[in-house]
Design a protein around this ligand. Structure first.
Ligand code: LLP
Length: 420
């Protein structure tokens, strides 16, 4: 493997100096020694750069539609990350009353929050109707009576802004468990999200009749798209714009169309990158061409903003050899730190030895955690220089869906985090 192949991930946030890993210009080992391991390290500048990249895609796409970049807080609801993005004028995608609260505390005005719930309870509705101005995304026709009851009981006469999350009948994601639209996921699971196409008109009609203010149409196909997903994703954009046209003909003048999240960074070297710039151009042009009275288009990136702006630092406690396998045993478990590889068979995170990034005699190394679970493996048989006791390993792309998905399984703590 030549150097550039080995270090395909190098950028302003993560780099290499004298074969040692640097994070935002600091030596990774020095950071690990000062703050201890396991440790998440997030880069402010990288998050801002990711935001700016998407903003520029919209600028490059042209047109005079207002554009909204709505951060999917579920990826990483760290209050300082929320504050940072709020300061850029981002909008916010919240999926629970807890996320709404964190977002408000971080300074997001209610009118820049879209609440997209699923299996929404009375308590959820009470909590998200309370801050006046939040837009509430409707996930089911069957949810609407409850919405009316809660509104009538506690928020009488309030004109609550609502949108409809529809299911366009097709979905895409890196794993069957990350597909959030279509009739069934790739593993056969009936998809629970969104309103099926044939019922969307009824939901809008009922919302208006109930005295809600319908302002938007929303879809989210899934997460972790790769290059090959682009044709299907384009088709879903076409379906959404066509649906908005039908609604407009029926008298529903929508303020915005929200195309959800789904695109993101490269997690592993051979991943074909989804063409985010082309995608955003496609959205802007398709909406403009349709001649609708839409004022704004939105996307809801989670991963694309934060995933590659974070790493997890671990320490090798010893290197075990068993039946010919080299197993680097580390001082943390996946479930408590970067659960994605344990949750999704398809998830893969690059792992770098911060002390010896590259070297001539590479071996296949399995990086295993300290949990009592066979699946507690950060990476299987990765080609890297032979690890040694005390080495610092960095799990890359750990800025999104890592800490936010981490549990205290085996009564282990969730690591500290550091924003630099
Ligand atoms: N909007 C909605 C309504 C969503 O459900 C999601 C993710 C997003 C936006 C953000 O998607 P992103 O841009 O991050 O792909 N935990 C998984 C992914 C499941 C995400 C579900 N919804 C993971 O670790 O990859």
């Amino acid at each position: 493997m030549n150097e550039s192949r080995a270090m395909w991930w190098a950028n302003e946030f993560l780099n290499v100096e004298q074969n040692e890993l640097t994070i935002a210009g600091r030596n990774a080992r020095a950071v690990a020694e000062r703050d201890g391991t396991p440790l998440y390290v997030y880069g402010r500048a990288r998050i801002l750069q990711n935001y700016e990249t998407i903003r520029r895609h919209f600028v490059a796409a042209g047109g005079d539609l207002e554009t909204r970049i709505s951060y999917a807080a579920k990826a990483n609801p760290h209050p300082r990350i929320l504050k940072l993005l709020e300061g850029q004028g981002a909008w916010l995608d919240a999926v629970s009353p807890g996320e709404v609260r964190t977002a408000l505390e971080a300074g997001f005005p209610a009118r820049r929050i879209l609440y997209t719930g699923t299996s929404v309870s009375e308590d959820d509705l009470k909590a998200v109707f309370a801050p006046d101005g939040i837009t509430v995304n409707i996930d089911a026709l069957e949810q609407m009576d409850l919405m009316k009851e809660v509104r009538d009981r506690w928020f009488r006469r309030r004109r609550i802004r609502v949108a409809v999350r529809w299911n366009p009948g097709l979905g895409r994601g890196f794993s069957p468990r990350a597909v959030t639209a279509g009739e069934r996921s790739a593993d056969g699971t009936p998809v629970k999200f969104g309103v099926e196409a044939a019922k969307v008109g009824r939901v809008f009609g009922k919302a208006a009749r109930f005295g809600f203010l319908p302002v938007g149409l929303h879809q989210h196909l899934g997460s972790g798209w790769v290059r090959e997903d682009f044709p299907a994703v384009k088709e879903a954009v076409r379906r959404m714009v066509r649906k908005a046209g039908v609604l407009e003909q029926r008298g529903f003048r929508l303020e915005f169309l929200d195309f959800g999240g789904g695109f993101g960074p490269r997690f592993y070297r051979t991943q074909g990158l989804f063409p985010a710039a082309d995608y955003i151009r496609h959205i802007v042009r398709t909406v403009a061409k349709a001649g609708l009275s839409i004022k704004a288009v939105a996307v809801e990136p989670g991963k694309a903003l934060v995933a590659d702006a974070g790493v997890l630092l671990l320490r090798v406690v010893y290197v075990k050899k068993s039946y010919g396998h080299v197993i680097a045993c580390v001082n943390a478990g996946t479930f408590n730190t970067v659960p994605r590889p344990a949750v999704y068979a398809q998830a893969s995170h690059e792992i770098v030895n911060a002390d010896r990034v590259d070297g001539p005699n590479k071996v296949r190394v399995t990086v295993a955690g300290h949990l009592c679970e066979t699946g507690d493996v950060f990476g299987k048989e990765r080609l890297m220089p032979m690890p040694r006791r005390g080495d610092i390993l960095a799990v890359l792309c750990a800025g999104g869906y890592s800490r936010s998905m981490a549990s205290r399984y085996n009564s282990r703590p969730i690591p500290k985090d550091l924003i630099i």
